[in-house]
Each structure stands twice: as structure tokens, then as C-alpha cells.
Design a protein around this ligand. Structure first.
Ligand code: F6R
Length: 247
């Protein structure tokens, strides 16, 4: 199957490839191109199952990432950086170390912060100062992006989020994680301010969530629908199973 585009009135491009690995390869190519064009680009990285093949693909492009300014999208709170399900641990293992990002250019949320308000304020200032060039997103329960759950206002900045019951079920019951019910996350406004956003999704379940985000109402009930407000800078990359539901 060749890749094809799904036209959408608000979104710059929605590209369908046959299998998750093809989608991930395309994401890898697109991310690498941004880094070639601007070696010191600030990038916000998501974690999760969606990102594992993306990380592999981007590493295979052998572009120099050493100067990239790397940002962390979200983190469980309170949760240690060396915990089994720590997002920062995931990012180091899958992206930062394999890509050779300079330690000095890695900016993380402290999942153990005693004062979460102080921590999110510090992080928001840092993100805003760097002006993010690219955000790499997955999509989760209820259309969440980062840990911006259903009902999160579109003008939210980095904040401490209460996870939705759907997300808690996915994490703690379906995935068997011993993770907290709260998390620190870049806000929806923080994400929308990036120069460019890539959202990646595979499979029917994600396709159903994405269908709501792309074709339903633009509403905080579905946080990913906010991407349509800045759709001219959004690229959605999906496999055929998700794409069939988004057409
Ligand atoms: C994680 C994050 C989340 C995930 C989403 C999908 O850093 O930002 O929004 O992208 O929960 O997770 P997976 O890819 O595990 O299905």
C-alpha cells in the first residue's frame, strides 16, 4: 500500500501508512528533517507504546541530535525518576541516550517535587523561554494529550493533573502499573504554542478516539480536538487501521 493523505478542513496533513512500523518510520523521517534544518531545535517528547517504534525509527536516520534541546511532556507525581514506569527513564532509554542528546540540553519535570505548583511554574517558564519547535504526541483515553485529561481547559499551562478514571484503569489495571493517580504535564496551551506538532496513532482503538478529536466538536471534553485550533501546524500520522476510522 502506498501512503495516502486524508483531506481535513483544519489539519495541515493526515497521512496514512499501512502498518505501525511504516507510520513510525515516517515520524522518524519528519523529526529528523526538523533536526537537520535546525540542529538546536527544542523538542518535546512523549512516552508510551506509540513512541517505541518511533524512537527506533528516528535513531536509524543517524542525524546528529546532540544539540537538540529536549523536553519532557509529562511525568507521574509523586514518582521517582528511576521507578519502573518513570517517563523520564523511558525517554533516556529510548530517545535521549540512543540519539546522543547532550545531558546539558535535557530539561525534565521532577516527579518527586515536594511543591508541585512551584515545579510546574518553573518548567512552564523554561518551556516558554526556549520556544518549542516540535512537539511529538500520542493520544490516549478520552482523547488526552500529555496528561491533559477530558475537561482540561484549552488555555491550561503546565500543571498537576488528576488522572481520569479511564486513564487510571488503562495504567493500573490493564497495564498493571503501580503508578500514582496524578501527574505533572505540559498544558494544552503550552503544547499549542509549539511551531509544529506531530501526533502519531496506530490501531482501531486509537482510530476511534482520533475520529472524535478530528471530526467531533472542538471541546475540552476531547483535549486532542484543541489541535484543530492550530491545525495548520499539525501533522497526524496513522496506520491503516486507525486511518480507516478517520476518513
Ligand atoms: C505520555 C503521553 C500520553 C500518551 C498516551 C498514549 O507521555 O503523553 O498522552 O501519548 O497516553 O499512550 P500509549 O502510546 O502508551 O498508548
Amino acid at each position: 500500500m502506498e501512503r495516502y493523505n486524508i483531506p481535513h478542513p483544519e489539519i495541515y496533513e493526515i497521512i496514512v501508512s499501512e502498518y505501525p512500523d511504516n507510520t513510525a518510520k515516517q515520524a522518524g523521517e519528519s523529526i529528523s528533517k526538523d533536526v537537520k534544518d535546525l540542529p538546536s531545535i527544542p523538542i518535546t517528547f512523549a512516552t508510551g507504546d506509540t513512541m517505541i517504534p518511533v524512537a527506533r525509527a528516528v535513531t536509524n536516520f543517524e542525524v546528529d541530535f546532540s544539540k537538540v534541546q529536549a523536553f519532557h511532556l509529562d511525568e507521574y507525581w509523586r514518582y521517582p525518576p528511576d521507578g519502573k514506569y518513570s517517563f523520564i527513564k523511558f525517554l533516556y532509554q529510548n530517545f535521549f541516550i540512543p540519539l546522543g542528546i547532550d545531558q546539558r540540553n535535557i530539561h525534565t519535570l521532577n516527579g518527586l517535587a515536594k511543591d508541585p505548583q512551584k515545579e510546574v511554574d518553573r518548567y512552564e517558564k523554561l518551556v516558554t523561554k526556549h520556544k518549542i519547535g516540535l512537539v511529538i504526541l500520542g493520544i490516549g483515553p478520552g482523547g488526552h494529550i500529555g496528561f491533559n485529561e477530558s475537561g482540561t481547559p484549552f488555555d491550561s499551562r503546565t500543571h498537576l493533573a488528576q488522572l481520569s478514571s479511564e486513564t487510571i484503569t488503562r495504567d493500573q489495571i490493564l497495564r498493571g502499573q503501580d503508578t500514582p493517580n496524578q501527574a505533572l504535564t505540559q498544558g494544552i496551551r503550552t503544547i499549542l504554542e509549539a511551531d509544529r506538532i506531530i501526533l502519531i496513532a496506530y490501531g482501531e482503538e486509537k482510530g476511534r478516539i482520533l475520529k472524535k478529536a478530528l471530526h467531533g466538536d472542538i471541546t475540552p471534553e476531547c483535549p486532542a480536538s484543541a489541535l484543530r485550533l492550530v491545525g495548520n501546524k499539525v501533522t497526524v500520522l496513522v496506520d491503516e487501521k486507525a486511518g480507516n476510522l478517520v476518513k
